[in-house]
Design a protein around this ligand. Structure first.
Ligand code: HEM
Length: 182
């Protein structure tokens, strides 16, 4: 995973729990660094270990940690110079979700080793959508729920999200039911 993700985790922890908490979390995660090169490549195990150590430190389940971090990520990525990319990807929540694959494709220009997720959005009723999430990585479904909430916050829309299917392998998606509240 790109160092930018681990840096996002670091700033999230430092802002909410302080620098000492971050040092102690890195120790628990058994990693020998406390800062990351945003454009460097790190083993995914580093990110998963950090999430586990944060869960232990905050006494929150790992899924909740991923969800809260996902929500934070949209703002963080925006402050990291990618705000325009997100804005230009659509004028409302649904357009932006439709264009998530294109948006990550554009990020590939600056981050050529990106292993981006892939999404398919299907309208299944009035203001109701099913979103399929494909990834090379397991266990990140809860982060997607947080990311979607972060995305909706940016366009001033309100959504409810519920996971309706869990993937069993890479070719099989996690599926979310999204309802746009008006
Ligand atoms: C401007 C905003 C965004 C930027 C700059 C960004 C960038 C990135 C980066 C750098 C990664 C790490 C991938 C890697 O290192 O291989 C990533 C992963 C991911 N992104 Fe985005 N992202 C943004 C917004 C979003 C949004 C709104 C979603 C909504 C669902 C999303 C979904 C994901 C997911 C689920 C992953 C995990 C990777 C995986 O499944 O394998 N991203 N993104």
């Amino acid at each position: 995973m790109y160092g930018m993700v681990n840096e996002g985790i670091r700033t999230f922890i430092e802002n909410n729990f302080g620098g000492d908490a971050w040092i102690s979390i890195c120790g628990d995660a058994d990693i020998d660094m406390t800062q990351f090169d945003r454009l460097g490549n790190y083993d995914d195990a580093v990110t998963y270990s950090l999430v586990g150590a944060i869960a232990k430190h905050t006494e929150l389940p790992p899924d909740k940690v991923l969800k809260v971090f996902g929500e934070y990520w949209v703002d963080y990525a925006g402050q990291s110079g990618f705000a325009n990319l997100l804005k230009l990807s659509g004028k409302n929540f649904v357009e932006r979700v439709h264009n998530l694959d294109d948006m990550h494709e554009r990020i590939l220009l600056t981050m050529p080793n990106l292993k981006p997720p892939s999404f398919e959005l299907e309208e299944v009723g009035e203001n109701t959508y099913d979103l399929s999430y494909y990834s090379t990585r397991p266990g990140l479904g809860s982060m997607v729920i947080g990311l979607l909430h972060g995305l909706a916050e940016q366009t001033g829309e309100e959504i409810t999200v519920e996971q309706t299917q869990e993937r069993s392998d890479q070719s099989d998606p996690d599926v979310f039911r999204i309802v746009l509240e008006s």
